[in-house]
Design a protein around this ligand. Structure first.
Ligand SMILES: [Zn+2]
Length: 354
């Protein structure tokens, strides 16, 4: 039954259920209209879309199949919207990313889905994840193309003012972090928006990592190709389905609910600290050695002149007074990134928000 789909979108999706042709859309108890678009892809629109440009928000989880807590949060959000317990004043696209990996309780089958966007799936067409990356790109493009349709038909001008398209991609990290909850913002060359930083503050995100090169993540794709205010949230460590303490994720959950309701939290929250990528560790060969503890926490600071990695003639030594290491991973294939180095750019970044 379609109602059961919305009551437990996660269970419905994990079971591989597909609605009958005449049951792919409907109206919730709240009056919101919904459309099942694909495995794990659900569009919901409020009963009435107000005058002017309508905000469009894509919320995704499970792009890594074993990152369970945000997937559960998103499923509860669908239920609450359907039942009228959570307000919806904007268009919402819900995406459970790597559904096959979710079923297998693993991160991915052949390739990390969050490295296959912005067309990189075309280079690995035989990968199990390639068709899913293509489908999720198309779902985002179609969704954001439909934003502000009511005014677009009345005017040829761009009805989608910046800030009206959002993408929140929720993850959990594999390792501990000096900042338990942090966000990654894609590099598009455009200035960063105050609206996003204020939202991240409200979500109790304590640190933000700014990329300085283009990536192949889902949030990079939506920022670049769809003009979305996009972020990847890393919300603490992974546990199996049902074993997550969802209270630890309440900051992000409440902030997503406020974004969808068009409201704000009560007290203004402090803006997060900001770190900008300045370099990376590159694995040259199988002789690569990472000279830090295998379980070193993300954002661990290292002092100038510390030798962090070596590989034949290659050395990485800290050059700034302090550099922090994020996503260290010595097990990647040679030629790939084995860690990112970041420095604190809080004052400079926050002074330039638009
Ligand atoms: Zn992830």
């Amino acid at each position: 039954m379609p109602a059961a789909m919305l009551d437990d979108f996660l269970a419905y999706t994990l079971a591989g259920t597909r609605p009958a042709a005449n049951e792919t859309q409907g109206v919730c108890a709240s009056g919101a209209r919904w459309w099942w678009l694909d495995d794990g892809v659900l569009l919901i629109e409020p009963a009435t879309i107000g005058q002017g440009a309508t905000r469009s928000v894509l919320v995704s989880a499970g792009v890594h199949g074993d990152e369970t807590a945000p997937i559960e949060l998103l499923s509860y959000l669908v239920r609450d919207i359907a039942q009228g317990a959570a307000a919806l004043t904007c268009r919402l696209l819900v995406i459970l990313g790597n559904v096959d990996a979710m079923r297998d309780a693993c991160r991915y089958r052949d390739d990390d889905l969050n490295r296959l966007f912005s067309g990189r799936h075309l280079q690995v067409p035989q990968s199990h994840e390639a068709p899913r990356a293509a489908a999720l790109e198309q779902a985002a493009v179609r969704f954001f193309a439909g934003s502000g349709l009511a005014v677009a038909s009345a005017s040829t001008s761009d009805s989608n003012a910046p800030g009206e398209r959002w993408h929140i991609d929720m993850h959990t990290a594999i390792r501990a972090s000096a900042f338990e909850q942090f966000a990654l913002l894609p590099h598009t060359g455009k200035p960063f928006s105050r609206a996003m930083f204020e939202w991240l503050g409200e979500a109790r995100i304590s640190a933000v990592l700014l990329h300085t090169t283009k990536g192949n993540t889902y949030s990079h794709f939506t920022a670049q190709a769809c003009g979305a205010e996009a972020c990847t949230l890393e919300l603490g460590k992974v546990r199996p389905f049902g074993q997550n303490d969802l209270a630890r994720f309440s900051g992000a959950d409440q902030a997503v609910r406020h974004l969808l309701a068009g409201t704000h939290g009560n007290a203004p929250a402090p803006l997060p600290r900001v770190f900008t990528v300045i370099d990376q560790l590159t694995k040259q060969s199988d002789a690569f050695e990472l000279l830090v503890a295998a379980d070193v926490a993300n954002f661990t600071p290292f002092a100038k002149d510390t030798l962090l990695a070596r590989d034949g003639d290659y050395r990485y030594t800290v050059r700034h007074d302090e550099e922090r290491l994020v996503f260290p991973n010595a097990t990647v294939k040679p030629g790939l990134r084995a860690g990112l180095l970041v420095v604190d750019t809080t004052d400079d970044t926050l002074s330039k928000l638009v």
